[in-house]
Write a protein that binds this ligand. Structure first.
Ligand code: RIB
Length: 306
């Protein structure tokens, strides 16, 4: 039997409180919506759950509050067969929470109260060193402090472990972090923010990708929503089209994509093949309402591959 790829996810957990509404309200406005759903979320946890459902052996480094949401979070991660040795608890803040509104077109608006996610520290990473250095690949996002991400990414790189960074939520990043990154998976907005260049079409996306290579990243996989993804490496660029589906909720699509990409790369596949698999995983995920709960299984993605 093939060995399952070992992934470590360093990142956030949020309890997602999601309301469907006919449209996203504007400032000062109250509108009636529903249905409502609460469940596991946070970019880190979404990626950990997706990777586990796709067959990886996943360890998660995360900090939760010592509150009922934290208890539920720990149970949810364990139920997904995620190794929880480094699921830390803090009495100093609450478990992360995300308030999400999803409109009838499947688009969303999200506000995150990061809480304990903000307390994941470089010292926590040092205590979890073995989980980073023994992985095939380590996956990061930006819902925990950027110093922590940089510290952990450096540790992985020094140990010869590949680093995938999903730079969400978008923010400017120092070269110090970008130089640790093997695969960067920004969407168009994030790519524009980090590169400082406009990204409104595939040609501009390629220019932004090349700029990010100059900043020290080894490969950029720029997600283009329903148009798939653009791979930019020193060897050249390749557009990998996505599959059109009936969109229910786009929340967590980027998480599904990054997790699937990480799993296939850790299984030894090349970037183009991994991106095709990631496109399909994200396409399936957006046909369902929710975030972590909407992540597809390996069997579902393989059936969809046809
Ligand atoms: O990427 C989707 C995630 O963003 C949600 O689960 C929410 O928690 C926010 O972190």
């Amino acid at each position: 039997m093939e060995r399952r790829p070992k992934l470590t996810v360093v990142g956030s957990y949020n309890t997602d409180l999601t309301v469907r509404a006919p449209r996203i309200p504007v400032g000062g406005e109250t509108i009636l919506g529903g249905p409502f759903q609460s469940g596991p979320g946070g970019k880190g946890a979404n990626q950990a759950v997706a990777a586990a459902r796709l067959g990886a052996d996943v360890t998660m480094l995360v900090k939760l509050g010592s509150d009922p949401f934290g208890d539920q979070a720990a149970e949810n991660l364990a139920r997904e067969n995620i190794r929880c040795d480094y699921v830390l608890r803090s009495a100093e803040s609450h478990t992360g929470v995300a308030f999400i509104v999803v409109d009838d077109a499947g688009e969303n608006m999200i506000v995150v109260a990061a809480g304990a996610n903000n307390l994941l520290s470089p010292a926590d990473i040092d205590r979890a060193r073995e989980a980073i250095t023994s992985a095939d690949l380590v996956v990061f996002q930006l819902e925990v402090p950027v110093e922590t991400v940089t510290h952990a990414a450096r540790l992985a790189r020094q140990a010869g472990v590949r680093v995938l960074l999903n730079p969400a939520p978008g923010r400017k990043l120092d070269r110090d972090l970008l130089e640790q990154v093997d695969i960067l998976t920004p969407n168009e907005t994030e790519a524009a923010l980090i590169s400082g260049l406009p990204v409104t079409n595939v040609r501009e996306a390629e220019a932004a990708g090349k700029k990010l290579l100059e900043e020290g990243v080894r490969a950029v996989v720029l997600t283009l929503g329903s148009n798939g993804a653009l791979v930019v490496t020193p060897q050249g660029s390749q557009h990998v089209p996505g599959r059109r589906v009936k969109v229910v909720d786009t929340t967590g699509a980027g998480d599904a994509f990054s997790a699937a990409l990480a799993v296939r790369l850790a299984e030894g596949k090349d970037l183009a093949e991994a991106v095709r698999f990631a496109n399909l995983t994200a396409a399936l995920q957006v046909t369902r309402f929710g975030t972590a709960q909407a992540m597809p299984s390996r069997q579902e993605v393989e059936a969809f591959l046809g």
